[in-house]
Design a protein around this ligand. Structure first.
Ligand code: HEM
Ligand code: HEM
Length: 161
C-alpha cells in the first residue's frame, strides 16, 4: 500500500501543475487522488495492523500527552504512526477528499459557477497545502529525532524495531 502514498503525491502534484490551464488533466488527476483516498479508507479498516485506523487514531488526551513529551524530548518511538502523525493522516485524507469532492461538484450542472463551491474548492486545496507542509515538517523532525530515514521506510516498507 506504500505505492498508494506516492501515487497520491504524484496525482496531487499533477493537479497543481495542470491547474485551470489544463483542466481536463487537472480533473482526471483529481479523481485519481480521490480514488486513492477511497482505497486508503477501506484499508484503514481491513488492512495490515499498522495501517488500521484503530492502530493510530488516539484519544485527544493521548495526543496531548505525546505532544508534551515531544516538547520535553522524551516521547516514545512508534512502529506505526505516532499519535500526532495519526491525526495528520486523517487531516490529509480529509483535505484531499473535500478538495476532490468540491472540484467534482463544480463540474455538475447544479453547482457549476456557484461562488461558494469555487471558494470551498480553493480553500480546501490551500488547507491541504498547509497540512502537507506540516506533514513534511513532522516527517523531517521525527526522522532527525529518532535518527532514522522515514522517507526510505516509505519506499521499503521497513522500519527498525
Ligand atoms: C501530496 C503530498 C502528500 C500527501 C497528501 C501525503 C499524505 C500522507 C498520508 C495520508 C500518509 C499516511 C500513510 C498511511 O498510513 O497510509 C503519509 C505518510 C508518510 N508520508 Fe506523506 N504525503 C505527502 C507527501 C509526502 C512527501 C513529499 C514525503 C517525503 C518527502 C512524505 C513522506 C511520508 C512518510 C515518511 C510517511 C510515513 C510517516 C510515518 O512514519 O508515520 N509524504 N503521507
Ligand atoms: C484533489 C485534488 C485537487 C486539487 C489540489 C485541486 C486544486 C485546485 C486549485 C488550486 C484550483 C484553482 C486553480 C487556479 O487558481 O489556477 C482548482 C480549480 C478547479 N478545479 Fe480543482 N483540484 C483538485 C481536484 C479537482 C477535481 C477532482 C475536479 C473536478 C473533477 C476539479 C475541478 C476544478 C475546476 C473545474 C476548477 C476551476 C474552477 C474553479 O476555479 O473552481 N478539481 N483546483
Amino acid at each position: 500500500m506504500r505505492w498508494l502514498h506516492w501515487g497520491l503525491v504524484a496525482s496531487i502534484a499533477l493537479t497543481w501543475i495542470a491547474g485551470e490551464a489544463w483542466l481536463r488533466t487537472h480533473e482526471i488527476a483529481g479523481y485519481v487522488a480521490l480514488g486513492i483516498v477511497a482505497v486508503r479508507l477501506v484499508w484503514g479498516f481491513v488492512g495490515l495492523v499498522h495501517a488500521r485506523f484503530g492502530d493510530f487514531v488516539r484519544r485527544p488526551a493521548v495526543i496531548w500527552r505525546y505532544a508534551v513529551d515531544v516538547v520535553r524530548a522524551r516521547e516514545v518511538r512508534h512502529l506505526g504512526h505516532n499519535p500526532l502523525g495519526g491525526w495528520m493522516v486523517l487531516a490529509l485524507l480529509a483535505s484531499v477528499a473535500v478538495t476532490g469532492f468540491s472540484g467534482w461538484l463544480y463540474t455538475t450542472d447544479r453547482f457549476w459557477g456557484l461562488a461558494w463551491v469555487d471558494l470551498l474548492h480553493r480553500a480546501s486545496a490551500w488547507t491541504m497545502v498547509a497540512l502537507i507542509v506540516l506533514h513534511l515538517g513532522g516527517v523531517l523532525f521525527t526522522s532527525l529525532r529518532h535518527r532514522e530515514n522515514l522517507v526510505a521506510s516509505m519506499f521499503s516498507g521497513r522500519k527498525r524495531r
